[in-house]
Design a protein around this ligand. Structure first.
Ligand code: ADP
Ligand code: MG
Length: 249
């Protein structure tokens, strides 16, 4: 590049950086079971912000607190102390009924072992997530099929879980988690039961959701997948050891 082209390049105003605020604010978060010598520490004094629309990977050895943190962010569990704010709503002190109602509309949860009901079809499994969402049966069916379509499973809507591969079952799990279009998706080792190819496909699906604005917390043992996330939180002994940004998108 010669001097002229450098000057030209510099004269073009840089695009303003996209404003990316945090969807999730976690402060001094601690979850302990039991007391005294018998106390089991899940997480201790964790501070973390999850930026809107990012794919955040959480890695760390077994027992380091990944699932505990994921369950707290998803409102499946409540902390011993500390605060969790998701999209402006403080969830750490909510009573179980309110927390369950909040979860329904605000967070999608994906598990390692899919958690599909074996006697229901793919579409019916997704529809279950809409049971209390005040929709008609027909409305529920349509939304379920739309969600299955987005994960490439519309053609298998009538199949039972046992008729689907692991990767396909996890796609249905993701369709169910996303059918109410939550701002936050928490996936605890969603590729942990899949072979490498299927694991990679599921990860690509999560990446696509993040590109469309969903904020994703992706707990994983797979360092290759984690390294493709926007940021990687490494946990150890219930605390955060490091946070690394990929500096990509
Ligand atoms: P990871 O997902 O990183 O493997 P976990 O979050 O499952 O780790 O566990 C972190 C620590 O919290 C472990 O020492 C575990 O034994 C403890 N723990 C998790 N859940 C419970 C529970 N329900 N009761 C007691 N201890 C628990
Ligand atoms: Mg775990």
């Amino acid at each position: 590049m010669n001097a002229t082209s450098v000057a030209t390049t510099l004269a073009v105003p840089a695009a303003p950086p996209a404003v990316r605020t945090a969807l999730v604010h976690v402060r001094d978060l601690t979850r302990i079971w039991g007391k005294g010598d018998a106390a089991q520490v899940g997480v201790a004094s964790v501070d973390l912000d999850v930026v809107r629309g990012e794919l955040l990977a959480i890695i760390g050895p077994s027992g380091s607190g990944k699932s505990t943190l994921g369950a707290l962010l998803a409102g499946i569990d409540t902390p011993t102390s500390g605060s969790i704010v998701v999209d402006g709503i403080r969830i750490d002190q909510m009573k179980p009924d309110r927390l369950a109602a909040w979860r329904g509309g605000n967070v999608g949860i994906v598990f390692q072992d899919f958690h599909l009901l074996p006697t229901l079809t793919a579409a019916e499994n997704v529809e279950l997530a809409l049971e209390f969402a005040g929709r008609s049966r027909r409305g529920r069916r349509r939304l379920a099929l739309d969600s299955l379509e987005r994960v490439g499973m519309a053609g298998q809507a009538r199949k039972l879980p046992a008729q689907l591969s692991g990767g396909e079952q996890q796609r249905v799990g993701i369709a169910r988690a996303m059918v109410r279009e939550p701002a936050l998706l928490v996936a605890d080792e969603p590729t942990g039961s899949l072979d490498q190819a299927n694991g990679h496909e599921v990860f690509e699906l999560l990446t696509g959701l993040a590109h469309h604005g969903t904020t994703i917390v992706f707990i994983t043992h797979d360092l290759a997948l984690a390294s493709a996330a926007d940021r990687v939180v490494a946990m150890i002994d219930g605390g955060i050891d490091s946070i690394t940004a990929r500096g990509g998108r």
